[in-house]
Design a protein around this ligand. Structure first.
Ligand SMILES: Nc1ncnc2c1ncn2[C@@H]1O[C@H](COP(=O)(O)OP(=O)(O)OP(=O)(O)O)[C@@H](O)[C@H]1O
Ligand SMILES: [Mg+2]
Length: 289
């Protein structure tokens, strides 16, 4: 199956991230979700068929659903016709409002797993937040916690405590993004549960618009930025992920040291990743992609 892993448009390039390529359209941006996959901050050679479309269309779905909680950057899934853009962009790109991103990755966790689970095992706390004893991998937390990290230009994002996060964005903005992140998480988790999924954790990004109002940007509640578990498996103690965790688990099992170059992904891992992303899309939206 065909994948798009790079783009080269006749437009000024704003940013080439690990997964998305963003171009400038006057006051707006064209964000293209490619089929690239990154894990542990390394981009893999193989593309994942349909992944870009899932990320793009699921983000659009959530932006629409959550706009009553907070304004977001989403403008349209339609390609601007005046620019004669290639057809392969359809379905995998969106026009968004350009803004100034805040230097904070706003992570919310309703369950403890991944890096937070490792931190908890060592310290009993996560990002300076003390947690009850006796939790296990996947445990639901008494209430969702806000565990921001830095947005590293190169290398790995670092978990930071509240004091450091406040110093990066200021007290008022910190309060806003913390409250809105938790509100967004609560809304999305309740919605996902109604559709057979548990939203274990997720990451939001915010920016400031021209009036310096905080708005939700980047991607929202996708299987790249979130952990989704099948609820029926979760209820019997199994963490079955419909997200990037599936690939993380595979590459960790190969003994890879997490520095480039990445190990090759076998065809079966690639196709099962596509299946999981499509399943998450279908369960959440009730539609086929
Ligand atoms: N509305 C917006 N205006 C300006 N920048 C945005 C907007 N929405 C998202 N961004 C930025 O665009 C980039 C998207 O890149 P992508 O997610 O592909 O890669 P990334 O791996 O997260 O980026 P990086 O490698 O720079 O961290 C992020 O740096 C994000 O902060
Ligand atoms: Mg990103």
């Amino acid at each position: 199956m065909e994948t798009i892993t790079s783009t080269s448009l006749d437009l000024p390039l704003q940013h080439k991230g690990k997964v998305r390529d963003t171009y400038v359209l006057d006051e707006r941006l064209l964000m293209i979700a490619t089929d690239r996959l990154s894990a542990f901050d390394v981009v893999f050679k193989e593309g994942i068929p349909r992944k870009g479309e899932v990320l793009n269309q699921l983000s659009a779905f959530w932006f629409e659903k959550t706009k009553k909680i907070i304004k977001n950057h989403f403008l349209s899934l339609e390609l601007p016709i005046s620019n004669k853009l290639p057809r392969f962009l359809r379905g995998r790109s969106m026009v968004v409002e350009k803004c100034t991103p805040l230097p904070l990755e706003c992570v919310v966790r309703g369950h403890i797993t991944g890096s937070a689970w490792r931190e908890y095992q060592k310290k009993g706390s996560v990002c300076g937040i003390q947690l009850p004893a006796g939790l296990h991998d996947g445990s639901e937390l008494p209430s969702p916690i806000f565990t921001p990290s830095t947005k590293a230009e190169k290398g790995h994002d670092e978990n930071i405590d509240e004091k450091k996060a406040r110093s990066l964005v200021g007290d008022e903005t910190f309060e806003t993004v913390r409250q809105k992140s938790i509100e967004l998480y609560d809304f999305a988790d309740a919605y996902a549960r109604g559709r057979g999924l548990v939203l274990a954790d997720t990451k939001f990004e915010f920016g400031l618009d021209k009036e310096r109002q905080v708005m939700l940007i980047d991607e929202a509640l996708t299987p790249d930025s979130s952990r989704y578990w099948l609820e029926e498996k979760y209820d019997v103690g199994i963490l079955e992920s419909l997200d990037k965790q599936y690939v993380r688990n595979y590459v960790e099992s190969t003994g890879w040291n997490k520095s480039p170059p990445p190990p090759p992904l076998p065809a079966e891992i690639v196709s099962k990743t596509t299946e999981r992303y499509l399943q998450a899309f279908m369960m959440l939206t009730g539609k086929k992609l």
